[in-house]
Ligand binder design. Structure first.
Ligand SMILES: Cc1ncc(COP(=O)(O)O)c(C=O)c1O
Length: 313
């Protein structure tokens, strides 16, 4: 803090280590010093933590993430007293950012299922964290629902729900993390979070690549650290996939084929997590149809070959 400090900004659950500070104490600290307290509640969502009730002045959300929940728009939300929100809105009007009506419609629709999505994501994230914590290829797992987490007690007291993300360090370092990414069949290797797909990233190479290695080390972000933002797939499918991906073996083939395979597997797992079992989804049916068209064409070619030859003579 300096004499010019006017604002205190923090996250209710930090990215990527899912740490939870003594949030009411921070709000009080800011109030006593006449600082505006602003909290990013994106990871926690209002389901896990309600900052205004704990004395924060303003709450910001990336609505791109859990509030919308479908990885198909970019939006933000700001909550606070009418006077403070008006001030921010005034600035926003000058900057010109504005959501189009379709994005507003999607966001409103996504919000209707926030509760069921978030609860399932938190439950699955905890199961995966518990599994990875015992995995011999994994050195450490950060998830506030684990008793081994530094702030497990505080998380249980202050958060009404567990967390939908975790961060793990593979024992064998960066190469092992990269190998795991190439072997995972369900999760996508991509930044962002909060959608139906499980996403994995290496913060040292993405969100925190702007920090020096020393600064990253100081805040506990090792080069090999892997953040897992859990989606809505069946937990047993994800656990099986993380288990096979963490094994030491040559990398699987990537490319478009692997991508199409991932989408199909992901849809199957979404169905399974909602009680459906091996139902061929439309994408599988289309692939099956494309295959049978190819077979048909090959058969036709074979049938026509002798005629073609005969005609050529
Ligand atoms: C905690 C948190 N807040 C804010 C943002 C910014 O979100 P947006 O992509 O909506 O600009 C992100 C993006 O990853 C985030 O993780």
């Amino acid at each position: 803090m300096t004499p010019r400090t006017r604002l205190f900004y923090l996250e209710s659950m930090t990215n990527p280590l899912v740490r939870i500070g003594d949030l009411p104490a921070v709000a009080e600290f800011a109030r006593e010093r006449n600082l505006v307290s602003v909290i990013d509640n994106t990871f926690a969502t209002p389901l896990a933590f309600r900052p205004l009730r704990h004395g924060f002045d303003l709450v910001v959300h990336s609505a791109t993430k859990y509030l919308n929940g479908h990885s198909d728009l970019i939006a933000g939300a700001l909550m606070g007293t009418a006077a403070r929100v008006r001030e921010a809105k005034h600035m926003l009007d000058h900057l010109g950012g504005s959501l189009d009506p379709h994005a507003c419609f999607l966001l409103q629709r996504g919000l209707k299922t926030l509760g069921v999505r978030f609860r399932q994501q938190c439950a699955t994230a905890l199961q995966i964290a518990q599994f990875l914590e015992k995995h011999r290829a994994v050195e450490r797992v950060n998830h506030p629902g684990l008793p081994s987490h530094r702030k497990h007690g505080r998380a249980r007291r202050s958060s009404r729900s567990s967390a939908p993300c975790s961060a793990s360090s593979p024992r064998a370092g960066v190469a092992a993390a990269e190998r795991m990414f190439s072997r995972l069949k369900l999760p996508l290797h991509a930044p962002s979070l909060g959608g139906p797909e499980t996403l994995v990233t290496r913060p040292a190479a993405s969100s925190h690549s702007g920090l020096s290695p020393e600064d990253r080390a100081r805040i506990g972000i090792t080069d090999a650290l892997v953040r897992v933002s859990v989606g809505l797939e069946a937990p047993e499918d994800l656990i099986e996939d993380f288990d096979q991906a963490a094994q030491l073996a040559p990398a699987a083939a990537g490319g478009l084929g692997a991508m199409l395979g991932k989408q199909s597997l992901h849809r199957r797992s979404l169905l399974r997590s909602q009680g459906g079992d091996v139902v061929l989804d439309r994408h599988d049916q289309l692939l099956a149809a494309a295959k049978s068209v190819r077979h048909g064409q090959q058969r036709l070619r074979r049938l026509h070959q002798p005629l073609g030859r005969a005609g050529g003579r």
